[in-house]
Design a protein around this ligand. Structure first.
Ligand SMILES: *[C@@H]1O[C@H](CO)[C@@H](O)[C@H](O)[C@H]1NC(C)=O
Ligand SMILES: *[C@@H]1O[C@H](CO)[C@@H](O)[C@H](O)[C@H]1NC(C)=O
Ligand SMILES: *[C@@H]1O[C@H](CO)[C@@H](O)[C@H](O)[C@H]1NC(C)=O
Ligand SMILES: *[C@@H]1O[C@H](CO)[C@@H](O)[C@H](O)[C@H]1NC(C)=O
Ligand SMILES: *[C@@H]1O[C@H](CO)[C@@H](O)[C@H](O)[C@H]1NC(C)=O
Ligand SMILES: *[C@@H]1O[C@H](CO)[C@@H](O)[C@H](O)[C@H]1NC(C)=O
Ligand SMILES: *[C@@H]1O[C@H](CO)[C@@H](O)[C@H](O)[C@H]1NC(C)=O
Ligand SMILES: *[C@@H]1O[C@H](CO)[C@@H](O)[C@H](O)[C@H]1NC(C)=O
Ligand SMILES: *[C@@H]1O[C@H](CO)[C@@H](O)[C@H](O)[C@H]1NC(C)=O
Length: 533
């Protein structure tokens, strides 16, 4: 195919030419990459590309679905890049990329996806520079929409559990073949849907990974989407209705929640360390005389209180825990905005109800019960028996932001406790293979007013100290038996590194919670201690 000199393909082409030029200098790494191109054969797969990519180049993805908004990625290490399509069934398959660094440590890493999508293949930095051979897939379909689920259960199966499993198997084969020796340890990292995929691996394929880092997981997935639909009904879709709560009024509510709960951890710093202790009563904001912008009318107070209540079936069984207080500023522009959540429609309509005309505004208990019972291909990811994972030596590091405005963090504690109950273990027993860290002041997988940078992704990376990087902490745990007791997070002013550090905190593992003990200002992690009380 011809291309103009400025097209993305031309730039990718130049990267290849640069690679070929260096190859003439008899570089062994490049030669191996070149050889792989001739020799690589994977059953049921079509190899689309094997390409040497030198560090400091920018990869272009002209074929990437436009909804992914990901047309390029900077590469900071020399890699051999493989792209292929592998069938997962006669009617489905995954696009996969494997990035094999020159500076290989012997470690293998799989990465997960997000939302309903198969957009982000690999979040390369710092993994490439860290010397992981890394694979990621498109999760069985392209783009952010769930339309591919309609009338194709194979695609739902890929999404529920299969894409990561197949991707890891192929990735390990490529890795071993390329380096001509076997990988030593295998790791997984992902957040949100990627977090759920990590738990699915621990539950279903306990030997796929030695170490799993799973953040903000979409566990109990059908109930999670049902709850999101229910929150929409509670807060309402008619923004001119007098019961609707405007974003400005949510600001007032947030201030009131901080007033009631911020100090419970010993410091008034705008961050609630343990939302479990926070049971806000928003009746305190009820208008005394007449409606104004800074008080709630009766209907608004009813709706606001309802958001912080668990969601039950009429028979008293829990569908989903309450939204944790503290996240309302962000939720006011998502779940409480009067606009139906795209995830509710995007999942329930093609994958559960098989009806593209279905509207989230009409969600009913019948829909919710049906979804939970259908639970296609075990997408709910709710097996509490991790015994096989533990027995095969697996380690699981779970984290969740306590200001997550899309997935209540109480869902994470609920799963942790479910594992404890299923396996009849005390927290001290579970500690040797499964640890859950609550990240105060972090939103959904990233950002927020808290010390949210914990090495969870390129954007959350602040160096490679195992005490402050969840992936490196996992490597230490798996390879040296040093389990993390806290995860130190940092926050920079305005999230800009150049503007300097504004906050550090050592996040505790559940059920420990952070208490301010003084001696240092609250912005200094050393002023806090993990306690059970
Ligand atoms: C390749 O596909 C065939 C037919 O679907 C299947 O029987 C076989 O197990 C697949 N092989 C691998 C390695 O997945
Ligand atoms: C899906 O995306 C991959 C690249 O990420 C591309 O090669 C493939 O053609 C896309 N498939 C469709 C059906 O668009
Ligand atoms: C696409 O990505 C760029 C860079 O990450 C971002 O600035 C922009 O807001 C994104 N656009 C959409 C529509 O998400
Ligand atoms: C290779 O990895 C080691 C440690 O794993 C690191 O110290 C070194 O800087 C890396 N070299 C390059 C060129 O990335
Ligand atoms: C790699 O592991 C496989 C088994 O998984 C084994 O058959 C093979 O001999 C190993 N190769 C090397 C080079 O150790
Ligand atoms: C929204 O609420 C306003 C005020 O109560 C009402 O007049 C209007 O009919 C409602 N719109 C819809 C679509 O229900
Ligand atoms: C309550 O109702 C739900 C939905 O019908 C059902 O799945 C659940 O098993 C019921 N729980 C009890 C305790 O009967
Ligand atoms: C958990 O799974 C193991 C097998 O992996 C099984 O032996 C054990 O009985 C299960 N425990 C429970 C409580 O189901
Ligand atoms: C976990 O595995 C270790 C051995 O690796 C074993 O000693 C321990 O009893 C196991 N714990 C559970 C709860 O299965």
């Amino acid at each position: 195919m011809l291309f103009s000199a400025t097209s993305p393909r031309a730039i990718a082409g130049l990267a290849v030419l640069a690679g070929l030029f260096q190859f003439t200098r008899a570089d062994m790494f490049e030669k191996s990459c070149h050889d792989l191109k001739r020799n690589l054969a994977i059953e049921n797969a079509t190899i689309n590309l094997v390409q040497y990519v030198p560090s400091a180049s920018t990869l272009m993805f002209p074929e990437n679905d436009i909804t992914c908004n990901r047309s390029s990625q900077a590469i900071s290490a020399d890699i051999c890049r493989v792209a292929l399509y592998a069938k997962t069934s006669p009617f489905s398959g995954v696009h996969l990329e494997a990035w094999l660094p020159r500076n290989w440590t012997g470690r293998f890493l799989s990465t997960g996806n997000g939302g309903l999508s198969g957009c982000k293949f690999i979040d390369c930095d710092p993994q490439g520079t860290l010397g992981f051979a890394t694979v990621g897939t498109n999760n069985g379909h392209n783009g952010t929409s769930g339309l591919a689920f309609l009338n194709n259960p194979n695609v739902i199966e890929d999404y529920s559990y299969r894409s990561v499993h197949v991707g890891a198997a192929i990735g390990k084969t490529i890795t071993n073949q390329f380096y001509k020796r076997n990988f030593t340890k295998s790791y997984y990292i992902g957040c949100s849907t990627g977090g759920r995929q990590g738990f699915q691996s621990a539950q279903m394929f306990p030997r796929d990974f030695d170490g799993i880092v799973a953040g903000s997981p979409t566990l109990a997935f059908t109930q999670l989407t049902a709850w999101a639909g229910w929150l929409g009904l509670v807060t309402g879709y008619n923004t001119t209705d007098p019961g609707f709560i405007s974003p400005n009024l949510w600001k007032t509510i947030h201030q009131e929640i901080l007033k009631q709960c911020d100090g419970l951890d010993g410091a008034i710093d705008g961050i609630i360390e343990n939302p479990d202790l926070c049971h806000p009563n928003l009746d305190s904001l009820r208008c005394r005389y007449q409606s104004t912008y800074s008080c709630l009318n009766n209907e608004q107070a009813r709706r606001a209180n309802m958001v912080f209540k668990p969601f039950y079936y009429p028979n008293g069984s829990l569908i989903f825990p309450r939204m944790q207080p503290g996240s309302e500023l962000e939720s006011s522009s998502t779940f409480y905005s009067g606009v139906p959540s795209p995830y509710v429609k995007g999942w329930l309509s093609p994958a559960i109800l098989y009806n593209l005309n279905w509207k989230p505004e009409t969600i009913s208990l019948a829909d919710i019960t049906f979804a939970q019972e259908l639970n296609p291909f075990g997408v709910n990811t709710r097996n509490g028996n991790l015994s096989a994972f533990n027995t095969s030596g697996g380690k699981l590091l779970h984290y969740h932001g306590l200001q997550d405005y899309l997935i209540s963090s109480e869902n994470s504690a609920r799963y942790y406790n479910f594992v404890r109950e299923t396996m009849s273990l005390k927290s001290s027993d579970i500690d040797h293979f499964y640890r859950y860290f609550r990240i105060s002041g972090m939103g959904h997988c990233r950002q927020g007013p808290g010390a949210w940078m914990i090495g969870q992704s390129t954007i959350g990376n602040n160096g490679l100290d195992p005490g402050s990087n969840v992936l490196i902490a996992m490597v230490e745990w798996v390879e040296k038996g040093l389990a993390p007791t806290t995860i130190k997070g940092v926050k920079f002013r305005g999230d800009k590194v150049k503007d300097g550090l504004s906050l550090t905190r050592k996040h505790c593992r559940y059920p420990y919670q952070n208490k301010y003990v003084g001696l240092q200002p609250p912005s200094n992690g050393d002023g806090w201690a993990c306690t059970l009380e």
